[in-house]
Design a protein around this ligand. Structure first.
Ligand code: SAH
Length: 349
């Protein structure tokens, strides 16, 4: 007896499903109905599709599966931040985070299982990159956090940042396709301008994004504007130097007219000198930008230390005096290892 392997229905294009229905002697518009259930109403079960007749639902069940993510564990921080351990259909685990603030609720989502970039200060680097997340796995993280936002805060999810595990530009096509499902009126209908993709700086992908005319925001994890220093903590800089990054960013700005945000941690004894500040200032002059000075979140394995607050103040005043909007971003969810760079599938049991 041969057993047909059921296909994951969310891997299909709407045209594929239309063909399927026609082959089954049904109308192509069924596919539209099913897609609305899958991507707009986020159905995880064919029986939720109540405007389809029972025989149609049975037909779908025989041929297809839906492979939703499972939020297996949820941890809440003293500051309200929620960290989710998300199990994928093949039992791999990633993390996603809900960050509540006064005016916004942000979902921080993962784009890969593990990461290949080996940034010295980031806990995710300790996890080998296993695979890219699929469109539906990225989408499902947003849906889960959207539900938590309503359930625990009675407020809608407002923002999404691709700052969880992985390098989103190394999973570019799935990230872009997921953002399409998240923003499309046929999907979740969220605003493109509330979405930020953060990259360690893959120059050729920044150029591709500019060519594709993407409308979401771009953030670059800079941390140093001195090549040798940046390479010493971010190996990606060896093949994507600051000059190449600057060229790609100029191209990005020419094409999109969209400001970039630089993320920057100031570490004691590493980038806390006046020359570091001046190097950053110079880099900031390439294109209109904003700077987020991020608080360092210790990851326990390295000897990085947050710089003195006087140094952060100095960074602030030099950048602001030169007309560059600069914010100090306090870390959130640190007590449960949910802050930037702390995602490493570590859960308290
Ligand atoms: N790969 C992408 C997105 C994931 S990291 C990127 O590099 O941008 C999300 C942000 O957290 C990045 O700005 C990263 O530099 C920062 N980060 C990583 N480890 C950190 C740590 N220990 N403390 C503070 N920020 C950290």
């Amino acid at each position: 007896m041969s057993v047909e392997v059921k296909r994951d229905i969310r891997k299909l294009k709407q045209e594929d499903l239309e063909k399927f229905f026609v082959q089954q002697g049904d109308k192509p518009f069924r596919a539209k109905q099913v897609f609305e259930w899958l991507w707009k109403k986020s159905a995880h079960d064919f029986d939720q599709m109540t405007n389809l007749s029972l025989p149609v639902r049975e037909l779908l069940k025989t041929h297809f599966t839906i492979n939703p993510i499972r939020v297996d564990r949820m941890q809440r921080s003293n500051d309200g931040t929620i960290k989710n351990a998300v199990t994928l259909h093949d039992s791999l685990v990633v993390e996603s985070v809900l960050i509540p603030a006064e005016k916004r609720i942000t979902a921080c989502v993962s784009s890969q299982v593990g990461c290949s970039l080996a940034c010295k200060f980031c806990a995710t680097a300790s996890l080998k990159r296993m695979r890219n997340l699929s469109v539906d796995e990225i989408y499902d993280q947003v849906v889960a956090i959207r539900e938590q936002s309503e359930e625990f805060f009675n407020r809608p999810l407002t923002n999404i940042v691709f700052m969880g595990m992985g390098e989103p530009l190394l999973n570019y096509s799935n990230v872009v396709a997921a953002i399409d499902k998240i923003t499309s009126p046929k999907g979740l209908g969220m605003a493109m301008k509330r979405i930020t993709v953060s990259t360690a700086g893959i120059a050729k992908m920044i150029i591709k994004m500019a060519d594709d005319g993407v409308k979401f925001n771009l953030a670059v994890s800079l941390h140093s504007a001195v090549d040798a220093k940046r390479s010493s903590i971010m190996p990606i800089n060896e093949t994507n130097s600051l000059d190449e990054l600057a060229e790609a960013l100029k191209y990005w700005y020419r094409k999109t007219k969209s400001k970039v945000t630089y993320e920057y941690v100031v570490w004691k004894g590493f980038n806390d000198k006046e020359t570091d500040i001046q190097a950053l200032l110079k880099f900031c002059k390439h294109i209109p930008c904003k700077v987020n000075l991020i608080e360092y979140n210790p990851i326990g394995v390295s000897d990085f230390k947050q710089a003195e607050s006087t140094v952060i103040d100095r960074y602030m005043s030099v950048l602001e005096e030169n007309g560059i909007t600069t914010r100090v971003r306090r870390s959130r969810g640190k007590d449960i290892d949910a802050a930037c760079g702390q995602l490493a599938n570590k859960f308290e049991s």
